[in-house]
Design a protein around this ligand. Structure first.
Ligand SMILES: [Zn+2]
Ligand SMILES: [Zn+2]
Length: 156
């Protein structure tokens, strides 16, 4: 499994390979580290966030959403040009091809587990298909918590 996280101390982005014998996460800036215990990981799958310990993680396709959107927009643009200059069959064909590629990319991408609290991304983990997807209510709870912590002036 691979973990992408932001250092809670210095905000530096870190990528760390996590295996069965990784016992400690440490920021490249040497200012923060956290122990990983055997209860955190089960069968190459995080049971809670390895960065902050939160048990709520949501499943997402490991595909940058902006890239997917750009792709669809490009397809739609080309299709519009074909519609204006060539002929409707071309326009429809282009749209279908782009939509098919987009779907294929989406299908082969593996899921990641994202932490509600610290947004750490757990990649290449051995995931179950029934892992919960994004939950707006839960996200709102963490967002409120973050606001409260910021107002109290305490670093989270
Ligand atoms: Zn750091
Ligand atoms: Zn976290």
């Amino acid at each position: 499994m691979q973990l992408i996280y932001k250092c809670p101390k210095c905000d530096a982005p870190n990528i760390e390979a996590i295996s069965a014998d990784t016992f400690r996460l440490s920021c490249a800036g040497q200012d923060w580290s956290r122990e990983i215990s055997t209860v955190d990981i089960e069968d190459d799958r995080p049971k809670r966030c390895l960065c902050c310990g939160t048990e709520d993680l949501w499943r997402q396709k490991d595909f940058p959403q902006a890239l997917g959107l750009l792709f669809v927009v490009t397809g739609a643009g080309l299709s519009t040009i074909a519609w204006a200059y060539v002929e409707p069959n071309w326009a429809l064909g282009i749209l279908l091809v782009f939509a098919a590629i987009d779907m294929a990319l989406y299908a082969v991408m593996r899921d990641v587990l994202v932490c509600y609290r610290c947004s750490a991304r757990h990649r290449k983990a051995n995931l179950h298909d029934d892992h919960p997807r994004f939950n707006l209510e839960l996200n709102e709870r963490y967002r409120q918590e973050e606001i409260r912590l910021a107002e109290a002036g305490k670093p989270s």
